[in-house]
Design a binder for this molecule. Structure first.
Ligand code: SF4
Ligand code: SF4
Length: 446
């Protein structure tokens, strides 16, 4: 029997990065909680970069769960689906979690029946279909990269067609987030099946599923699923648990020893990266006829009573998920979508989740620690050692503060992945990443 460990892709120990307290076990003590269909959803038609989809439903219209409600307005754009059955009450711009301005949304009042739309019949033989057919299926399913970027999957696969390696990222390196860990522990077979389908859509030769050294149960479950599958093209690779090892470029470097050129894409080095949840969602579509209507969300932090992972319908209000996690047990100081390093603060729990909502943290003082006073740079160089993009953060800081566009470009600010590792190690508590985000926005607008 083929051993499903990628021995030819052994993990490298990164010189960069930081080790942060992980606090992932808070939310992995209980199995995935499958949330019942919520009474109301607000589904954003602008979940990924680029133009919003065009609503194809109107207030008063009845829709079924999984029925298309938004069609793409251009090539490579995604389709959106109703995540519950019920009646459309509003088609209007609203704020949703993680986006700073109102975006076009479809609001559906549920009827409690969860009646499914029959338009996508399961296809157990999908892995025998052509690459073009499978890419069309990915577009129909409205699949988006569930690692957080929400790039339309069909478009990403299409632009990398023929790349030999599909790298599935299951390494979620930020603290608190454990939804991919939970997915692999409980649904590893779906990840493997989805990986094979994405590999066929890509026309690739090998699928490597990357997990971390600190995910023992997920690794065992994945190993067993790979053995049961018996496809020698699909293997597992284990990488060192260090932040931000899960960044796309960083993972390619760690697993394959290939460096994506500055300004380039993974396809330039023969790789397509997808999240493990995206692979599972592909299996849900082709094998079970379910488009993207839900995702796993980690609900954690000292503010909630029972941190857990929830399979939640897209468009569910954050407050519903907090209630499913036992409700607030302490007043959170901050509500964060995403991880503590790269996440965004939410102004309220009224907002609806999108496909990008991997984690919600009701962060208390104990989670966040005391606010530290910013001090002058002492040129210790710790930020240079931590930076996974081989930048010089303290030099970039000077250029960012003086808005020196030429110097910012020379120092490669656009290569900054905004990971926050430099902030984390800085003994002077300088919010370097905030300066770099502003500098990148300023450069982009010139
Ligand atoms: S870690 Fe902070 S104090 Fe040290 S060189 Fe970088 S910016 Fe300066
Ligand atoms: S935020 Fe940017 S500069 Fe700072 S460590 Fe990450 S990639 Fe490097």
């Amino acid at each position: 029997m083929t051993d499903p460990i990628a021995y030819d892709a052994q993990p490298r120990r990164p010189a960069w990065g930081v080790r942060t307290p992980l606090r992932k076990s808070l939310s992995t003590r209980q199995p995935i909680l499958v949330a019942p269909p919520p009474p109301l959803v607000c589904i954003s038609l602008a979940q990924c970069p680029g133009a919003a989809a065009r609503a194809t439903v109107a207030p008063g219209q009845r829709v079924l769960c999984g029925e298309p409600i938004g069609e793409p307005t251009g090539a490579g754009r995604p389709r959106f689906h109703a995540s519950i059955s019920g009646q459309v009450t509003h088609v209007e711009a609203r704020l949703v979690a993680g986006l700073g301005a109102p975006v076009p949304c479809v609001v559906i009042l549920g009827d409690g029946t969860d009646q499914r739309w029959p338009g996508y019949p399961p296809d157990p033989g999908a892995d025998g279909r052509s690459s073009g057919d499978l890419q069309a299926g990915l577009a129909a399913a409205g699949l988006l990269g569930l690692g957080g970027a929400l790039f339309p999957t069909a478009h990403k696969v299409h632009t990398a067609t023929g790349a030999p390696v599909l790298l599935l990222n299951g390494t979620e390196c930020e603290a608190y987030i454990s939804c991919d860990d939970a997915l692999l522990r409980e649904r590893a077979a779906s990840v493997v099946a989805g990986g094979r389908l994405l590999l066929a859509a890509l026309g690739g030769q090998r699928c490597i599923i990357a997990v971390k050294t600190d995910m023992p149960q997920a690794r065992v479950a994945l190993y067993n699923a790979l053995q049961a599958c018996g496809d020698p093209r699909v293997v597992m690779s284990v990488v060192t648990a260090k932040y931000p090892a899960g960044g796309e470029r960083q993972l390619i470097e760690l697993v394959l020893g290939r460096e994506v050129p500055a300004g380039g894409h993974p396809a330039d080095v023969g790789v397509l990266c997808q999240n493990v949840a995206t692979a599972a969602a592909a299996a849900d579509f082709f094998l079970r006829g379910q488009p993207l209507i839900s995702r796993l969300v980690t609900v954690s932090g000292g503010g909630v009573a029972r941190p857990c992972n929830i399979e939640a319908r897209i468009g569910t209000p954050v407050s519903d998920l907090m209630a499913l996690a036992g409700g607030y047990q302490r007043e959170p100081r901050r509500l964060i979508m995403g991880g503590p390093m790269m996440g965004v603060a939410l102004p309220s729990d009224d907002l609806a989740i999108t496909g990008a909502t991997s984690c919600l943290i009701a962060a208390t003082d104990a989670d966040l620690g005391p606010a530290a006073e910013e001090m002058p740079c002492i040129r210790c160089g710790d930020c240079i050692e931590a930076c996974p993009a081989s930048l010089l953060p303290q030099e970039l800081l000077v250029a960012a503060r003086t808005v020196n566009a030429a110097e910012l470009a020379t120092l490669g600010v656009t290569e900054c992945i905004e990971c926050g590792a430099c902030d984390y190690v800085c003994p002077s508590h300088i919010p370097l990443t905030r300066h770099f985000i502003r500098a990148k926005a300023a450069l982009a607008s010139t």
